[in-house]
Design a protein around this ligand. Structure first.
Ligand code: KG4
Ligand code: ZN
Length: 345
């Protein structure tokens, strides 16, 4: 039989994205097109994402992005099996733009609509890229989210850990800002850390040694600020040393929290010989973090699966794929589906 073809639209934060994914119902999917317009330049002057600017930029870009995704895939609206869009969680303005556009296309082309949870998109990406079988663990570390999820099936998740304050990407961004580095902070901190001494400043490792898989980063950020104030005025080397210390601290924290999740997974599924942990989110680009995860997982007999970076950060393909998986299970939505700024999995 011919594969299903799903258009996916993502507008929950600062990427305007659309993609067409094909799936024959077994194994992995095939990305027919994947178009992303990043708004980083629109927000850079403000040092972070401005919701009102984001919503307006989505309105301006989305029609064109969708048209390109359809053209790149060589598909007509008639040829689609369904239209999927992120319905939450995220910034309400952007969500409304993307979901309303998807509803209009679904109505005009007489296709089913799938209202997708953005986190489910991240959670299922490894099935699109690698046909990964359930169950597995997901570490999601982005500017808005820091979670460890048990992925048991489509629509079947257990949140084992989350941040009680800042997201990890947010901690990188805030640390960069207070050290005078540009936005987005993650790549800037990583570059500076590469020439820094991680042992010169002694920073805390919040939550480590405690049971469970929750995270906390706001105390660490405050510790960086105090260290920076004590060392002011900061030379370039001071900034590099602070970045290296910060990166070492967050790497230790994530290693500790993930370690607990691996032990818990082992206990829950003793029959799985080599279980998998998948990473997603922009912070997954960080090399020090990847090295630590790789070591931690190898030591415990887990497989480390890191999808290509353009599929770790926000994109339309993950939404199209989640739409295809939900469509296969008959989990479609009415045109009265609502955008939900808060929507835990
Ligand atoms: O998933 P993502 O592209 O977007 C959303 O959060 O919506 O993640 C962006 C976050 C930002 O906080 C950015 O500073 C962080 O990922 N990031 C990094 C690196 N590259 C991006 N953090 C640490 N190291 C990096 N190399
Ligand atoms: Zn995301």
């Amino acid at each position: 039989s011919s594969p299903v073809l799903v258009l996916g639209i993502e507008t929950s934060c600062d990427e305007t994205a659309a993609s067409v994914v094909a799936w024959d119902g077994e194994g992995r999917g095939e990305i027919r097109s994947n178009v992303v317009r990043s708004q980083i330049a629109d927000h850079a002057a403000f040092g972070g994402v401005v919701p009102e600017i984001a919503a307006r930029a989505h309105i301006e870009a989305l029609d064109h992005i969708v048209a390109r995704a359809m053209a790149d895939a060589g598909v007509s609206y008639d040829g689609l099996s369904a239209v999927a869009a992120t319905a939450g969680p995220g910034l309400i303005g952007g969500l409304i733009v993307g979901l309303t556009t998807a509803k209009a296309i679904a109505l005009a082309a007489d296709k089913p609509l799938v209202a997708v949870n953005h986190l489910e998109g991240h959670a299922l990406t490894a099935r699109l890229t690698d046909g990964l079988a359930f169950p597995y663990l997901l570490l999601l570390v982005s500017g808005g989210h820091t979670q460890i999820l048990l992925v048991r099936g489509v629509g079947d998740y257990e949140r084992w850990g989350t941040t009680i304050d800042d997201a990890l990407g947010e901690a990188f961004d805030k640390t960069a800002k207070l050290l005078g580095l540009p936005y987005p902070g993650g790549p800037a901190v990583e570059r500076a850390a590469a020439v820094g001494d991680p042992d010169r400043f002694d920073l805390p490792r919040p939550m480590t040694g405690r049971p469970g898989c929750d995270f906390s980063f706001s105390g660490l950020k405050t510790a960086v600020r105090h260290a920076a104030e004590a060392a002011a005025p900061l030379s370039e080397q001071d900034v590099a040393d602070l970045c290296a210390a910060f990166e070492a601290a967050v790497t230790d924290v994530v290693g500790d929290r993930v370690g607990h999740a691996l032990a818990r997974f082992r206990a829950a599924y003793p029959g799985i010989v080599t279980p998998t942990l998948v990473v997603a989110g922009g912070v997954a680009a960080n090399r020090a973090l990847r090295r630590r995860l790789d070591a931690e997982l190898t030591a415990r007999g887990f497989r480390f699966l890191a999808p290509p970076m353009e599929l770790c950060t926000d994109n339309g393909a993950m939404i199209a794929w989640a739409g295809a998986e939900r469509l296969a299970l008959g989990l479609t939505d009415g045109l009265d589906a609502l955008a939900r700024p808060r929507w835990p999995l």
